[in-house]
Design a protein around this ligand. Structure first.
Ligand SMILES: [Zn+2]
Length: 536
């Protein structure tokens, strides 16, 4: 259909055949993305500096429009403020109108960096106790609301300030309590109220960073802020684990946080947001995969300027190839409940020395169900020190163990439970040793009994090396994903193994040999960094 229409256009426009052909090349992904945008929307951001550098001229906007269409981007966020730079109204208005005329959805964005008095801690972060900072913050949002009906706030709306003004204002409160109260107040008094006064239609999105275990320490309060804002978004930028500057994050983190905030946000949950920094093509698209796998309705490619340089163009090219598969993946997971092992992180819970342990446990092939609360009726559970935030936790754990439900708890949590019956046969203690990264040292043989015990309620057994994740989607779909750089062999035992079939393999060019025998599904020679969705 697309080729046919392009051919007609080329004939009809005569002299403009060359131009027509060039434009037609970009249409297939644009058309597909428009067909699928209710399922999964692709967006990008023009930072305030990108607006100045790339959207100030007609040629610049032409190029940006073309790039977006070639990349399947149907929604653009155009930023008004970042790093104490305010984009010009006339430039913003012209860009907004042009993108709308081209058929894009258009929203605004604000990044609250270098606002007023700086904290002196994390670079570009502000002291919000300071009256001058507060007034500037209000002005930034009044300006944005005068231009856009939807505004995303990038993930710098927090504080680490410990100045004398903050110390005095804090009084007897802990820093956690003071900062959470302060940022909730800023949101209500200086952002939401003033923006809505300027533009009663405006919807404001709070985008949470990816560092969920430290949210409360710097004033992100996911309970109160999610209640206050119109929508939430999620940082899913895991980048490369081994990258010296940006590394240390595992791919499962994007999945855990997107699902965790997805539960907290419910219908307010928008999309996930990732960037190209410290990535290769392979790990860049893994971020997209994890975001979509976690049921995000949209994914934002941060940001136009960065995607034009360094690793950006190669990343984007790989993503374009993968988009049709990502739409399929979105279709497989959309609104289906995930089954598996309850993995609770109560909001504002302390991680102690088990920071981001969920991400690493997910990499072990244990299908987690990220959640904000401890439910003692769960069929199986993974519990870490985070669970202690729930004051009724000890009784809940006792009930789970009394009901013979398999429970995996960290050694750090066990240490804090003096009355724990360590001999209970439903209980397994996972040695994290205050270093979640050490879980990568567990061998296939060491993992086997842990997986078998935790998967028993689901009638399943998994045999795989470390860094192979398992996801149980709804009643008839499971996903196996290898993050290894070498081919791997995996086997799964479950009652419906005989009828299993491949529904999707990512990336394009990835492969796995599927065969079933005696209740076991063998996935042989699974190519590196490959996801396979299996329907049964
Ligand atoms: Zn301060």
């Amino acid at each position: 259909m697309i080729e046919l229409r392009c051919a007609k256009q080329a004939v009809a426009t005569g002299l403009f055949v060359v131009l027509g052909a060039a434009m037609c090349q970009s249409q297939p992904l644009w058309d597909l993305a428009n067909q699928k945008k209710e399922l999964l929307r692709i967006s990008t951001l023009f930072t305030a500096q990108n607006v100045r550098d790339h959207l100030s001229s007609k040629e610049g906007i032409d190029k940006a429009v073309q790039w977006c269409k070639q990349t399947g981007v149907t929604h653009v966020f155009i930023e008004t403020f970042r790093d104490n730079y305010t984009a010009e109204r006339a430039v913003l208005e012209r860009a907004k109108e042009r993108f709308k005329a081209e058929g894009f959805e258009v929203s605004g964005c604000v990044t609250t960096t270098r606002v007023g008095k700086l904290s002196g801690g994390w670079d570009a972060i502000s002291c919000y106790t300071n009256e001058g900072t507060q007034k500037q913050l209000q002005g930034i949002f009044e300006y944005a609301a005068s231009l856009f009906d939807e505004i995303m706030i990038d993930d710098f709306l927090f504080t680490d300030c410990q100045c004398d003004e903050c110390k005095k204002a804090r009084g007897e409160r802990s820093w956690v309590d003071y900062r959470c109260d302060l940022m909730v107040e800023m949101s209500r008094q200086r952002i939401l109220g003033p923006a809505r006064a300027v533009n009663p239609r405006v919807k404001i999105i709070i985008k949470y960073p990816q560092w969920y275990d430290d949210f409360h320490n710097r004033g992100y309060d996911v309970s109160r802020e999610t209640a206050d804002y119109d929508k939430i978004w999620v940082g899913t930028e895991t980048r490369d684990y081994d990258n010296k500057r940006w590394g240390g994050k595992v791919q499962y983190e994007a999945y855990y946080i997107m699902r965790w905030l997805g539960e907290i946000g419910g219908s307010k949950t928008g999309g996930g947001w990732f960037d190209p920094y410290g990535t290769t093509e392979d790990t860049y698209v893994e971020q997209a995969r994890q975001t979509v796998l976690a049921d995000a309705k949209e994914m934002l490619l941060f940001c136009y300027g960065s995607l034009l340089r360094d690793t950006g163009p190669a990343n984007v090219e790989k993503l374009r190839q993968e988009l049709p598969g990502l739409f399929k993946l979105a279709g497989l997971v959309r609104d289906k409940p995930v089954k598996g092992i309850m993995a609770p992180k109560p909001p504002n819970s302390d991680a102690h020395d088990e920071q981001y342990v969920f991400d690493f446990v997910g990499m072990l092939g244990l299908p987690l169900v990220p959640t904000a609360s401890v439910d003692d009726t769960a069929q199986a559970a993974f519990l870490s020190v985070h669970a202690l935030k729930d004051l009724a936790f000890v009784g809940k754990l006792q009930r789970m163990l009394a009901a013979n439900r398999p429970v995996l708890i960290t050694d750090g949590l066990a240490k804090r439970l003096p009355d724990l019956d360590r001999e209970n046969k439903s209980l397994t203690i996972l040695k994290v040793n205050g270093n979640p990264r050490s879980l990568f040292e567990l061998t296939r043989e060491q993992l086997k009994p842990i997986r078998d015990q935790l998967l028993a309620p689901f009638g399943m057994k998994l045999d795989a090396p470390n860094k192979v994740a398992l996801y149980l989607i709804g009643d008839n779909c499971l996903i196996v994903e290898s993050f290894n750089d070498e081919p791997v062999d995996v086997s799964l035992e479950f009652s419906k193994a005989a009828g299993a079939r491949k529904a999707l393999v990512l990336p394009v060019g990835g492969d796995v040999d599927l065969s079933a025998a005696q209740g076991k599904l063998n996935l042989a020679k699974m190519t590196p960094r490959t996801l396979v969705a299996i329907e049964y």
